[in-house]
Design a protein around this ligand. Sequence first.
Ligand SMILES: Cc1cc2nc3c(=O)[nH]c(=O)nc-3n(C[C@H](O)[C@H](O)[C@H](O)COP(=O)(O)OP(=O)(O)OC[C@H]3O[C@@H](n4cnc5c(N)ncnc54)[C@H](O)[C@@H]3O)c2cc1C
Length: 304
Amino acid sequence: MLRNTLLWASTNPLLAEKLPRYRFVKKATKRFMPGEELGDALVEAGALGQLGIATTTTLLGENLRSLDEADGVVSHYRGALKEIEARGLDTEISVKPTQLGLDFGLEEARSRLTQLASSTSTLVWVDMEGSGYVDRTLDLFRGVKRDHPNVGLCLQSYLFRTADDLESLLPLDPAIRLVKGAYNESEGVAFPKKADVDRNFVKLTQTLLRARLNGGEGRPVLGTHDPKVIGETNRIAYELGLAKDRYEFAMLFGIQRAEQERLARTGHTVRVLVSYGAAWFPWYMRRLAERPANLWFVAKQLVG
Ligand SMILES: Cc1cc2nc3c(=O)[nH]c(=O)nc-3n(C[C@H](O)[C@H](O)[C@H](O)COP(=O)(O)OP(=O)(O)OC[C@H]3O[C@@H](n4cnc5c(N)ncnc54)[C@H](O)[C@@H]3O)c2cc1C
């Protein structure tokens, strides 16, 4: 119930406009993002790098009002990629298809993703948004991947369709970041029970790691903080005889930091997604929905 309310709030434009003006709400974002500026994210990327943890950065924002805004996103990321290179960071970028103009047409998003991918050798990740975007996001990814191997795609284990989508993508030898999924989806398209989402995550992980074993260059990235799923992933890899450096874990800034450091110390590749930007409200609501206990953190800012 609380989860659904928070996910509803994440899509409400009025709340997105009003709530971030309150200082205690803004202060509470510190739990999940080091700051609103690219520089804040890159300073954190440098600090994580010192601990042997790689990073991905993402400029928060989703559905845009005009294609000029999408052009702004592309030029922002091109500048960010130059800055990342200048600072010598092991930092990739992750972009939402709607930030590239997907609501205005597939071709609009494809040309902008192509501009980004062709401007760098760094991997450009494509986020997965709500289920209504999956077909177009797969088309976008396939279209650009053909000529630009440095694009990767996020898939969500809560969707019934993902097993088939993954099978259809494997011949492309893709970099896939598997996550459970963060949007409010109906029982018609997504597993309603968390246990089924978790089980499907492990099943899809098995498929990804097997594909890696069979010689592919594509990167399997398991985007989860779930200790059980992390343990299962390591067990599957061990049973397959897949070395630790042939798959990766990805987590969000501010969540399970001790586990991030433990994995890195024990020879695993860990990549932390560090978000920044002023348009953080919907994204922040989704983080609260994942763990409503986080609301205590927000409440503490009211009195602290
Ligand atoms: C690198 C990365 C990229 C992502 N990209 C996308 C994307 O493109 N599209 C998309 O739909 N989703 C994306 N997500 C979000 C993802 O779908 C999940 O909502 C999120 O990762 C929580 O799921 P979990 O696997 O950690 O497991 P859960 O079962 O939700 O959580 C397991 C444990 O992790 C901890 N935890 C998890 N979330 C939180 C939180 N918010 N606050 C505090 N503790 C928490 C808790 O200890 C919890 O018990 C991404 C996640 C990561 C890590």
